[in-house]
Design a protein around this ligand. Structure first.
Ligand code: SF4
Length: 392
């Protein structure tokens, strides 16, 4: 079995009672079968407490005002304090560690929804690298598409290189990711997997990078020729505004999220197109300082989700979601920057990242909704994203 981890994996330290969020509130914690059996057999007063604070039918801990029944006033876990880490369920023992499962491979990551990880990841200046180790026996699945998985892995390697190429502006990097994923997706859809290596080879050739940049710029210029300057700017603002609409349809995990979303939208678009653009242009200068943070988020999403296309055959949507997540976070950062009169601390940016990740990544319906929107909404499509990235 091959295990792959990002190089910061071992650096995680839980913030415990200093955590601004806690992972024991705001969502249901599902208890695995083995731990549930142990809880059922536990005697004494703690056994009785467990018996009363578990929803045995749903296999979850009961919650009071959105907080786990075992989360005490100091924001610490009573199961951990009274019985030790050994008695915690698998979800609690593992979080924020996340595992993507593939035949004979496990990709381990740390969830951005944890404030400690958001700080760790966004605070990092160097490019993230990944390392693999082999341990244990080989595991084979009958249904697993080895060929597709191997093509996706090769493609992801190139995507990560594009995402981390700091010679390019962030927008151009994201446009290149989309172009590559678009070309690979066409081969997957046409069942011409054997051509993927050729596509990757073309992207790797000397001079290919400059040609691609030129091609992308020409494409967007041709698209925008059909519009006047005014119409072009209106289109740009509408596209940005529509992106936040994805979030409106999400199942809400944190009730404050919905309120903030409304306020962010008001701050951004309540002042009309001209007001919005003026703020956005000023903000652009400010955010250059923390461009690396967006690179880390982009790499995080690509690493976590891209190879999952082996199960649904849609790698373009994974890249659309990664790019869209960065664009949404930039838009929310702009809103917060407006709210705070042109200031936005590192802590504010990390908070936006872990809050967004909680709403998106800790709800299967939201992840599915996001993927669906990437396929159905015109504004999330390949062309619209290119316009958003290269016309701005
Ligand atoms: S969210 Fe992260 S830092 Fe906070 S308590 Fe949970 S694991 Fe610790």
């Amino acid at each position: 079995m091959i295990y792959t981890i990002p190089d910061y994996y071992q650096e995680f330290r839980c913030l415990a009672s200093d955590c601004p969020a806690t992972c024991c509130a705001g969502w249901q914690i599902v208890i695995d079968d083995k731990t549930l059996r142990r809880y059922r057999n536990l005697k004494g007063s703690f056994g009785s407490r467990l018996a009363n604070a578990i929803n045995w039918k749903q296999q979850t801990f009961e919650q009071y005002e959105g907080r786990c029944a075992f989360l005490n006033e100091q924001n610490l876990c009573d199961i951990h304090l009274e019985a030790g880490a050994d008695l915690m369920c698998r979800t609690c023992r593992n979080y924020p560690r996340h595992t993507e499962v593939y035949e004979n491979e496990r990709e381990l990551s740390l969830s951005l929804s944890c404030p400690a990880i958001a700080r760790l990841l966004l605070g990092r200046k160097e490019r993230v690298t990944f390392r693999s180790i082999e341990r244990g026996g080989v595991e084979q699945e009958e249904e697993f598409d080895d060929l597709l998985y191997s093509a996706l892995q090769d493609c992801r390697e190139l995507l990560l290189a594009f995402a981390q190429n700091r010679a390019d502006a962030l927008e151009l990097r994201m446009a290149k990711l989309l172009a590559l994923a678009h070309d690979v997706q066409n081969r997957i859809q046409a069942r011409r997997l054997f051509e993927v290596e050729g596509v990757l080879e073309r992207y790797r050739r000397p001079g290919a990078d400059a040609r691609l940049t030129e091609r992308l710029r020409r494409y967007v210029a041709e698209q925008s020729e059909r519009l006047s300057n005014r119409e072009r700017l209106d289109e740009l603002v509408t596209l940005r505004w529509r992106q936040l609409d994805y979030l409106r349809d999400f199942e809400v995990l944190d009730p404050l999220w919905r309120e903030d979303l409304q306020e962010w939208r008001r701050l951004l678009y309540g002042r009309g197109c001209a007001g919005y653009l003026e703020a956005a242009w000023k903000f652009r200068e400010a955010e250059k300082e923390w461009e690396t943070e967006y690179e880390q988020i982009l790499v995080y999403f690509l690493f976590t989700y891209f190879c999952g296309a082996v199960y649904d055959g849609d790698c373009l949507k994974k890249v659309q979601m990664s790019v869209t997540s960065v664009l949404i976070l930039r838009e929310l950062a702009l809103a917060e920057w407006i709210r705070q009169d042109g200031r936005l601390s590192f802590e504010d940016r990390a908070k936006l990242a872990w809050r967004y990740s909680r709403e998106l990544e800790h709800s299967d319906p939201n992840l599915l909704a996001m993927e669906r929107m990437m396929g159905e909404w015109k504004e999330a499509g390949f062309e619209s994203l290119l316009t958003l990235l290269l016309e701005a």
